[in-house]
Design a protein around this ligand. Structure first.
Ligand code: PSU
Ligand code: MN
Length: 302
């Protein structure tokens, strides 16, 4: 396994000395945002982690290695338009063996963070159970992967392009604790409220860190999902988002878009429909999540 893992020297040094490290995903850079905002955002997100005293480790697959921590040139390679694969766990062996460039989803990022011994991971939104999954069976590999990785995932909840209720059910089945910070409702990415109550609420980073230690110390393997609502000033109301989302889903059905293409298609369509407002919201919430993940990481290592 270690032949395929390349830990950036700063990250490795941090892990050895017990300095908190926060993993960051790269699909959001390559397939979730347009150039050059994606590159600028990735740099700003890393800076948010550093401001709290932690080390950022952006994760991707480059030149046959699972990289935990990358340099600016590698970040540019992922951000510039070009042939970058969207890599979930299924795609890892292919992209590794062909030595092509891969941006990792939540599932693959979690797995690589787990391999490297990184316990905290910040993203925008995780994948989940899609609407109409009863027919399509479209459930993101992000969910089952949570069973295998001892990593806490900080996200702004899940978008209502998914079925939020079914996603929470699936997480319960997997035995994944879901905590929301600062409110009782589970958040819906662009919107603070989803209409679904969060299974647990935990407001203090130190309390979350204590829960993580407790879970892993007593041998309960797997992830914890920490939901962090988007800051109020960047929120787009749920009802308003719902219009764009229904339209996006209708067009995706008409165009017969499926499989790994569906999430990037919906994200790009919604960004266009909202004339960039959704992109600004997305950037704000990712930074907010990076800060919270770093705070939890600091408390975890205190
Ligand atoms: N949801 C978002 N933004 C994203 C993604 C999901 O709100 O950028 C990306 C993440 O990388 C996530 C992936 O892991 O899409 C899930 O894709 P799929 O549904 O194909 O598993
Ligand atoms: Mn899918």
């Amino acid at each position: 396994m270690f032949d395929y893992l390349q830990i950036h020297p700063e990250v490795e040094d941090g892990l050895m000395k017990g300095i908190p490290v926060v993993a960051l995903e790269s699909t959001i850079i390559s397939h979730g945002m347009p150039w050059p905002r994606n590159y600028e955002t990735a740099m700003e997100v890393e800076a948010c982690v550093r401001e709290q005293g932690a080390i950022p480790a952006t994760i991707a697959i480059i030149n046959g290695k699972c990289c935990a921590g990358i340099n600016k040139e590698q970040l540019q390679l992922l951000a510039r338009p070009g042939k970058v694969h969207k890599v979930s766990v299924r795609d890892m062996p292919l992209v590794l063996s062909q030595k092509s460039v891969g941006a990792t989803t939540v599932a693959a990022t979690m797995r690589i963070a787990h391999m490297a011994g990184i316990r905290l991971f910040a993203t925008g939104g995780t994948g989940g159970v899609h609407r109409q999954a009863q027919q399509s069976m479209d459930v993101s590999a992000d969910l089952p992967e949570m069973k295998h990785c001892d990593v806490a995932v900080v996200s702004a909840g899940v978008k209502s392009i998914l079925d939020i209720g079914l996603t929470l059910e699936y997480l319960e089945t997997l035995g994944i604790p879901v905590l929301t910070c600062g409110q009782d409702d589970f958040p819906a990415f662009y919107s603070r409220k989803s209409g679904y109550r969060s299974p647990f609420r935990m407001d203090e980073p130190a309390a979350v860190a204590h829960l993580l230690k407790t879970k892993w110390d007593c041998g309960l393997q797997g992830a914890v999902l920490v939901a962090n609502p988007i800051p109020e000033e960047h929120e787009i109301p749920f009802e308003e988002m719902e219009q764009y989302i229904s339209k996006a889903l209708e067009i995706a059905t008409l165009k017969k878009i499926s499989g790994k293409e569906i999430t990037p298609f919906l994200l790009a369509f919604i960004a266009e429909e909202t004339r960039g407002r959704s992109l600004e919201a997305n950037i704000a919430l990712v930074k907010n999540n990076a800060r919270l993940a770093a705070k939890i990481a600091m408390a975890f290592h205190a």
